[in-house]
Design a protein around this ligand. Structure first.
Ligand code: KDG
Length: 344
C-alpha cells in the first residue's frame, strides 16, 4: 500500500461506453427482483458488464425486472452458487467454466493448456455451435446457462520468486510453488505436471490464503490480479497465458421457469449483449492491468517464444491424459475453429 503514496491510480482503463440500449419495451408480465452473485470485484469487467445486463432489463421492462449484483463472493463461491441456482435459493451467477465441468464434462476442453492461442480464436469458439451445445447440455441440471463470456488468459503470480521456466515452478533445491487452482481436475494436473504443489480452493478464500502464506501463488488474468488486489500480496508475475477460460452467465432454472416467455427472450438477448460488452472490456483491461501492476511494484516477467514453448512442452502429458476423457472429436472441432481464425 505504501507504494501508492502520492500516486493516484486510476481504477479502470479508458473504457468503451456500454452500447446504447435500444429495442422495444416488452409488455407487462409482472415484476421480478433477481439476485446475481459473482466472485470478482466492482471494478472488474464482469461486474461492469453485469450492471449493463441489469440496465438493459431495467430499461426494456420499465423497471419491472431488477437485477442486484453482489460482488466479491459475498453470496458464496462458484461451486456453492451453482448449487444455490439448482435449489432456487439464488437467481443468477457468473462462474468460470472450470468448476462447472461437474455439470457438463465437455466444458473441460477450455481447461486444456495453450489450446486457444489468440483472443480472436477464443471468441470464435465461445460463439460456435459446439459451445452452444455445451450451454444446452445444462438443461435438466436446474441451471439455465445463458451465455459464455471472457475471463481471459490466465497468468501466474507468486510471492516466492520470478518464474521464467517450468524449473522455476518446480524449484531445484527449493520446493515447488504452492499454487491455488480453481476446483477442476485438469488445472490441478497442469500444475502437478509442472512440479508445483497445487491446491484447489474457492476464489473468495484466495486473498487471505496468499496473505498468510498458505499458498505462494495463483493464476488469473491480469485484470483479476489487479481488481482483486492480489498484487498487494504477490511480488512476481509471469505472462504464461497458459489457459484461456471463459465465464458462463447462469440463471436458476426455477427463476427461468417463473419468467414469461417474452421475459425469457429478453433475458437471453440481454445476456448476449452484455457478454459482447464484457469481452470488449476484458480486452481493454488486459495490457493496461499488467502495466498498472508493474506501476504498483509487481515484477512481471514476459516470456519469449522459446520460454513459452518450454511450458507448452512440459504440459504435453496433460493432453495425453485428458484427451480421451474430454473427447478427441471435440478437441479437433475446437482446433478446427482455431485454425479458421488464424489462417485468414
Ligand atoms: O465471478 C467469477 C469468479 O468467482 C471466479 O470464477 C474467478 O477465475 C476465477 C477463479 O480463479 O476462481
Amino acid at each position: 500500500a505504501s507504494l501508492t503514496l502520492g500516486m493516484a491510480h486510476a481504477q479502470t482503463p479508458d473504457l468503451s461506453d456500454p452500447p446504447a440500449i435500444d429495442g422495444e419495451v416488452v409488455g407487462d408480465h409482472g415484476s421480478h427482483t433477481l439476485r446475481m452473485g459473482i466472485g470478482l470485484a466492482e471494478s472488474s469487467p464482469q461486474y461492469l458488464s453485469s450492471q449493463y445486463f441489469a440496465d438493459i432489463l431495467d430499461k426494456r421492462t420499465e423497471g419491472r425486472i431488477t437485477v442486484n449484483v453482489f460482488p466479491n463472493s459475498q453470496l458464496g463461491d462458484d461451486v456453492q452458487m451453482m448449487e444455490m441456482l439448482q435449489t432456487g435459493s439464488l437467481d443468477m451467477s457468473y462462474p468460470s467454466s472450470s468448476p462447472a465441468t461437474t455439470y457438463v464434462e465437455e466444458l473441460a476442453v477450455f481447461d486444456l493448456p495453450f489450446l486457444l492461442p489468440t483472443r480472436e480464436a477464443a471468441v470464435a469458439v465461445m460463439q460456435s455451435d459446439v459451445a452452444q451445445e455445451m450451454l444446452d447440455a445444462f438443461d435438466g441440471t436446474g441451471i439455465k446457462a445463458l451465455t459464455f463470456s471472457e475471463n481471459g488468459y490466465r497468468q501466474l503470480s507468486n510471492s516466492a520468486r520470478p518464474v521464467e521456466t517450468p524449473e522455476d515452478v518446480a524449484g531445484l533445491d527449493v520446493s515447488g510453488l504452492k499454487i491455488r487452482t480453481m476446483e477442476n481436475p485438469v488445472h490441478l494436473d497442469i500444475w502437478e505436471t509442472l512440479g508445483a504443489n497445487p491446491t484447489p480452493m474457492a476464489f473468495g478464500e484466495l486473498f487471505s490464503a496468499m496473505e498468510q502464506g498458505v499458498v505462494d501463488g495463483q493464476e488469473n488474468p491480469w485484470s483479476t490480479i489487479l481488481t482483486s488486489n492480489f498484487y498487494e500480496v504477490q511480488d512476481y508475475g509471469s505472462e504464461t497465458r497458459h489457459v484461456y477460460t471463459p465465464f458462463i452467465m447462469m440463471m436458476s432454472e426455477r427463476t427461468w421457469d417463473n419468467l414469461a416467455p417474452e421475459y425469457q427472450e429478453l433475458v437471453q438477448e440481454a445476456a448476449r449483449q452484455s457478454a459482447e460488452y464484457e469481452i470488449q472490456l476484458s480486452a481493454e483491461y488486459d495490457d493496461w492491468s499488467r502495466e498498472q501492476l508493474e506501476e504498483r511494484g509487481m515484477e512481471i516477467t514476459r516470456l519469449d517464444d522459446e520460454q513459452l514453448a518450454a511450458f507448452q512442452e512440459a504440459v504435453q502429458p496433460v493432453y495425453e491424459k485428458w484427451s480421451p476423457e474430454i473427447g478427441e472429436e471435440l478437441i479437433q472441432e475446437v482446433q478446427a475453429i482455431v485454425e479458421e481464425t488464424t489462417s485468414d
